[in-house]
Design a protein around this ligand. Structure first.
Ligand SMILES: [Zn+2]
Length: 258
């Protein structure tokens, strides 16, 4: 085919069509959603959430700390949760502050004692964690770089005293392609969240086509104020409203492309 002016125009037109459709398919993948995770080792209590989660078709991530101490019964419960589509991630063997441990020991010891040791314990029990959540929500300035070699996704947490309102905390609204930071806000009783704050945050995720990142620790019917427990009724309200806003449920690893 000779490269005539007309052929060139047709070629350019086809190319532009290709780019436009490639861009719009990227956009189509970015569906507004919510990503819920739970930290530490309240296995029995998390297991009791399975019917609630299934009722709203919610998929979540459980970040396990001190995996070597999991009992056979807890492993069985986690396996069941995994089979239902939930994710099992790692939350450190010792559950230490990355910065303090590295300062007092070394980053090699941090990786060995905190990170790899927990991965190995999970692997021994039949889990392959691809996401890591920092205990106390924060890494050290270079630990992300080290951990990115071993995990697909690394979840941080926003400090609870810096949350003036969920919807005002931009860090916890994840936009695929725009951010690599996965930062979640706590729904525990010590944060004093109300329904209005939840509504505004879910509305923001839906309107801005982003993913709201939240996490909690131990579920309770009546959490004591100031504790690392969250109200099951509040979780149900979040699930209900997420469905109402047509939000997709994402596990932590779902948010990071390979
Ligand atoms: Zn923790």
């Amino acid at each position: 085919m000779f490269l005539t002016r007309q052929n060139l125009l047709v070629f350019l037109l086809l190319m532009s069509f290709f780019f436009v459709s490639a861009c719009s398919s990227d956009q189509a993948q970015q569906q507004a959603g919510i990503c819920i995770s739970f930290d530490d080792r309240s296995i029995k209590e998390w297991y009791s959430l399975q019917e609630l989660l299934a009722r709203y078709n919610a998929k979540v991530t459980f970040f396990i700390s001190g995996a070597a101490a999991l009992t056979a019964e807890e492993v069985r419960m986690l396996k069941e949760l995994e089979q239902q589509g939930h994710e099992i991630g790692s939350h450190g063997a010792l559950h230490v502050r990355a910065r303090d441990y590295i300062r007092e020991h070394s980053y090699q010891e941090y990786l060995r004692d905190e990170v790899f040791s927990n991965t190995r314990a999970l692997e021994k029990k039949g889990f392959l964690p691809t996401a890591f959540a920092y205990p106390y929500g924060r890494g050290y300035w270079f630990t992300d770089l080290l951990l990115e070699k071993h995990f697909k996704a690394i979840r941080h947490a926003v400090s609870t005293d810096s949350i003036r309102g969920l919807s005002a905390t931009d860090d916890i609204f994840f936009k695929l392609g725009e951010s690599k930071e996965l930062v979640a806000a706590s729904i525990d009783a010590n944060v004093h969240l109300n329904k209005e704050a939840i509504d505004n945050a879910l509305q923001k995720a839906a309107t801005e086509n982003k993913v709201l990142m939240i996490f909690g620790h131990k579920p309770a019917q009546a959490p004591s104020p100031g504790s690392y427990t969250f109200n099951i009724a509040l979780l149900e309200y979040i699930l209900q409203q997420a469905n109402k806003h047509n939000l997709e449920f994402y596990r932590v690893s779902d948010l990071v492309q390979d």
